[in-house]
Each structure stands twice: as structure tokens, then as C-alpha cells.
Design a protein around this ligand. Structure first.
Ligand code: PDD
Length: 278
């Protein structure tokens, strides 16, 4: 497996990051994750736009232009012969003696790898997944795609131990989002409901594309917060992420959503998304 680290493509075993990297010591960095389908990056421009925004918000200089990022991403996909899966990259504030203040001379560390994975024919896309709700313990700038993911690691592990595949995080009784995905429900009246963008959630790129597709299809959209009770009572539920595209949610806290099978509108949206992405 070939990865990219600080300007070089090299075998994973040879890719070493220094002990004093601020990503390692402080979680001081940001990341992106992009779906790959048929060897092509899905929604690359939107992901690079979000990357630029995350870097600006945490005041790390962007080491590459959008064209350079794209060239590196495409070369890594090509070198790994990747057809379908996930491309991950992160930028940290770099290497320096441990000190909270920004280092004056450090260069950002840039690391990128690919994970081959079946997204289109994943069994969970057919069966749907279980989610459990957990308190949202994260900081107040969840719109920044920061590498500090301790709250999500704990949330998702709790979900796993409860027999679920994703955690839906809850604040003030309202679902914010999944541990690594955007959360949606569909009401009995057929409206697709998703929380509006704010500092409380990550602006999901799959979310954004799906909303555009839904608008084109004339599907009723409600960008508003929804409660856990409303989710229990929904006609359908699903999640979106670059690593899974769209997955039906069939139980929430052990309660079946409607009949406990992937919903028809969810499946239609998934097909529309796959057509757009492929
Ligand atoms: N996670 N919300 C959170 C908290 C996320 O971590 C993610 C993505 C999303 C969905 O965003 P997008 O559609 O742009 O992938 C929403 C990635 C896949 C991850 O951490 O692996």
C-alpha cells in the first residue's frame, strides 16, 4: 500500500511521523475524507472547499492549491489501483517541542492514504443499520473537521457495544448528527428532515449533494432540528457520509423505524446518489 507523506509517495511501512507532531500530541490538525467510485473522487471540489475552510478556522496555512491537492489525490488513487473506497488526508500544525502556543517555524504535516472498500454493494446498504443515541459530548465548533475525535470514538464504541453500527449524538433532546455521519429522518408525510448547518454539526458534503438531488426531484425538505422521539416515530431514517454514501437506519435504540426495513424513499435517494456519484 502506497501512502503520501510530506511531499513523497512511499510504502505505508516507511511512512513515519515524528514523535513531537502536534497532531499526535494535541490532536492539533484537520482532516478530510472523500469517497472513491470507479476510480473517481466523489465531490472532490466540495471536499477541498471544506478543507480550505477548516484550515482557515484553525489558522493552519494551506500547503497546496486546489489543483495540487487534486493531483496528489488522483496520483495516490492511481498508485494504489483503487477503484472503490475512501481517501483520507490530514494536515497537522507540524512538529515542534510540546508547547500550546503555535510554533513559529513548523511546517504542516500532510498525510494521505486510501482504504479500498465496497460502498455500492455493501451488505449494510441492503439490510440497513442500527443506531443508538448518546449524549453529544463534543466541543462547540463541530463545523471544523478536526482530527481530535475522542468524543466520537467513545460514542461509536458505545454504539458498537450496544450492537449498533452508529451513534446518533443528542443535545438538548435534539439529534445533532452521527459519530461519523449526517443524520436524517423522513416524516410520515414524506418530508426529508435534516438539521440545519451551524457550529453544532459538520457540514457534510454527502448531505449537501443529497439535498441538491432531492430538490431537483421535488422531494419536500425540512432543514430543522428533530428530537429523539420524532426519530423513533419517523417513517424512515438514514445517514450520509463520504465513506458510506447513504445507509438506511432501521432501528434506533432498539426500536424498529416503521417496519424495521430500509424505507422506499431512502432507497430511491440512495439510487439517485449512486447515479450522480458513479
Ligand atoms: N465522517 N458528521 C460527522 C461528525 C462526520 O465525521 C462526517 C464524516 C459526516 C459526514 O460528512 P461527509 O458527507 O462530508 O463525509 C458528518 C468521515 C466519513 C469520517 O470521519 O470517516
Amino acid at each position: 500500500r502506497i501512502v503520501f507523506l510530506n511531499g513523497s509517495f512511499l510504502p505505508l511501512e516507511d511512512a513515519k511521523v515524528p514523535f513531537m507532531d502536534r497532531g499526535f500530541l494535541f490532536g492539533d490538525g484537520i482532516y478530510e475524507g472523500i469517497g472513491v467510485l470507479n476510480g473517481r473522487l466523489v465531490d472532490n471540489e466540495a471536499h477541498l472547499e471544506r478543507l480550505e475552510r477548516s484550515l482557515r478556522e484553525v489558522r493552519i496555512a494551506n500547503p497546496y492549491s486546489r489543483a495540487e491537492w487534486t493531483r496528489l489525490e488522483e496520483e495516490l488513487v492511481r498508485r494504489n489501483g483503487m477503484v472503490e473506497g475512501f481517501l483520507y488526508f490530514q494536515v497537522t500544525r507540524g512538529v515542534s517541542e510540546r508547547d500550546f502556543f503555535f510554533p513559529e517555524d513548523a511546517q504542516p504535516t500532510v498525510a494521505m492514504f486510501t482504504q479500498a472498500k465496497s460502498i455500492v454493494h455493501a451488505p449494510v446498504a441492503e439490510t440497513g443499520i442500527a443506531v443508538v443515541t448518546v449524549p453529544d459530548l463534543r466541543w462547540e465548533r463541530r463545523d471544523i473537521k478536526a482530527i481530535s475525535l475522542l468524543a466520537q470514538v467513545l460514542a461509536k464504541q458505545t454504539a458498537k457495544e450496544a450492537g449498533a453500527q452508529e451513534a446518533w449524538m443528542v443535545e438538548d433532546g435534539f439529534v445533532t448528527e452521527g459519530g461519523s455521519s449526517s443524520a436524517f429522518i423522513i416524516t410520515k408525510a414524506g418530508a426529508v428532515v435534516v438539521r440545519p448547518l451551524s457550529h453544532a454539526i459538520l457540514p457534510g458534503i454527502t448531505r449537501k449533494s443529497l439535498l441538491e438531488l432531492s430538490k431537483e426531484e421535488g422531494i419536500v425538505l425540512e432543514e430543522r432540528r428533530f428530537t429523539v422521539e420524532e426519530a423513533y416515530d419517523a417513517a424512515e431514517a438514514f445517514l450520509t457520509s463520504a465513506s458510506n454514501f447513504i445507509l438506511p437506519v432501521v432501528t434506533i435504540d432498539g426500536r424498529p423505524v416503521a417496519d424495521g426495513k430500509p424505507g422506499p424513499l431512502t432507497q430511491k435517494l440512495r439510487q439517485l446518489y449512486l447515479k450522480m456519484a458513479g
